[in-house]
Write a new protein. Sequence first.
Length: 84
Amino acid sequence: MSFSTLTNKSNVLYYACDCGASGTCVVKPSKRDSAIVVDIICPHCEEGERVLIAQYSSDKSKKAILKDINTMNLEWSLLLNYEI
């Protein structure tokens, strides 16, 4: 099983798992433009996915992050809230 839906809007991840569970996760944003990694685990079936989110403040910053995504130091984000 895996997530059938996983969307990010303003540091809130909305998910729907194939097992039927759905909910939201609030992600702690980085203090700077970077790529952050979040591990999302379904509270019902315990399946999980690792998600990479690019956080940027301008198109120039976005292009720089995407250009260096394979070599940059990634930040691991904390889940501040996990709701079903």
